[in-house]
Write a protein that binds this ligand. Structure first.
Ligand code: AMP
Length: 284
């Protein structure tokens, strides 16, 4: 595995790879790699000649009072994991090279789907996500890019950009990887206290509850369903506080018609980490 930090070197590598007519599979991450990231890398490894993994904690997707400075980082460990997963290129650009001009002269604004869920609690977050991904897609020119369904709203927003701006990349979606007790793997899980960690599987339990409740009462309105879900969560949460728990159509993220894919998504705040999870199901 080769680690590349300079943009020029990355451009030269991509140029050379294209000349050799090799396909690039790209896995964008913020590092502190875990089993969820590994699943993305494994899929990329299967489907492409060259796998590029980026690790970049992107400042433009963090709000002023968010955890940018405290986001967990461990490059040595990440390098070992990337090597074990047979990554070809570990791309670790600097903030200075990724954002040479501050403020940006041209900025991206995510559309309607980005205003719900995490977009409502984290204004500007998806604008930052799209900005960095467009830069990375232009630099790396991947045939395929791999995203986890754990961040389902991110998938919806990124697929929107790819579709609407005719970007020549295929978005591959990878199922959420969980701990044995159901907690979705996340780099932020290490920031939970031991009591919070014990409680955290409740997020996924509540998603299964709402899904089963819907199956048992298919004629309920979404408002009643969400209220039942909140009641379930409020009863079980001692340490966490609910940011949102919503059911929306996917990928539009609008009020559901209960036709086509539905996304139940929630976010819960703990003392030093905000956790998200979701469940997607298809209605006939
Ligand atoms: P992050 O480093 O948290 O920005 O995540 C990088 C990529 O890994 C994103 O596409 C995430 O959706 C994906 N990812 C993170 N956690 C998981 C997980 N538990 N299962 C599957 N994919 C994940």
């Amino acid at each position: 595995m080769k680690q590349i930090t300079s943009l020029n070197e990355m451009v030269a590598f991509v140029h050379d790879t294209k000349l050799k007519q090799k396909s690039i599979g790209f896995v964008p991450t913020m590092g502190y790699l875990h089993e969820g990231h590994r699943a993305l890398i494994k899929d990329a490894r299967k489907e492409n000649d060259i796998v590029v993994l980026s690790i970049f904690v992107n400042p433009t997707q963090f709000g002023p009072n968010e955890d940018f400075a405290k986001y967990p980082r461990d490059m040595k460990r990440d390098r070992d994991i990337a090597t074990a997963e047979q990554v070809d290129i570990l791309f670790t650009p600097t903030v200075q090279e990724m954002y040479p001009v501050q403020p940006l002269r041209v900025s991206l604004q995510a559309g309607k789907a980005a205003r719900e869920l995490c977009g409502a609690s984290r204004p500007g977050h998806f604008d930052g996500v799209l900005t960095v991904l467009l830069k990375l897609f232009m630099l790396i020119q991947p045939a395929r890019a791999y995203f986890g369904m754990k961040d389902a709203q991110q998938v919806a927003v990124v697929e929107g950009m790819v579709h609407e701006y005719f970007l020549p990349v295929t978005i591959r979606k990878v199922a959420t990887v969980r701990e044995e007790d159901g907690l979705a793997r996340s780099s932020r899980n290490v920031r939970l206290t031991s009591e919070e960690r014990k409680e955290a599987p409740v997020l996924y339990e509540s998603l299964q509850f709402v899904r089963q409740y819907y199956d048992a009462h298919p004629h309920l309105t979404v408002d009643v369903l969400e209220a039942e879900w909140l009641r379930f969560l409020e009863e079980k949460l001692r340490f966490g506080s609910i940011d949102y728990a919503r059911i929306l159509s996917f990928p539009e993220l609008q009020k559901p018609t209960f036709k086509g894919p539905q996304l139940a998504a929630l976010a819960v705040r703990y003392s030093a980490a905000r956790l998200i999870d979701n469940l997607l199901w298809e209605e006939e």
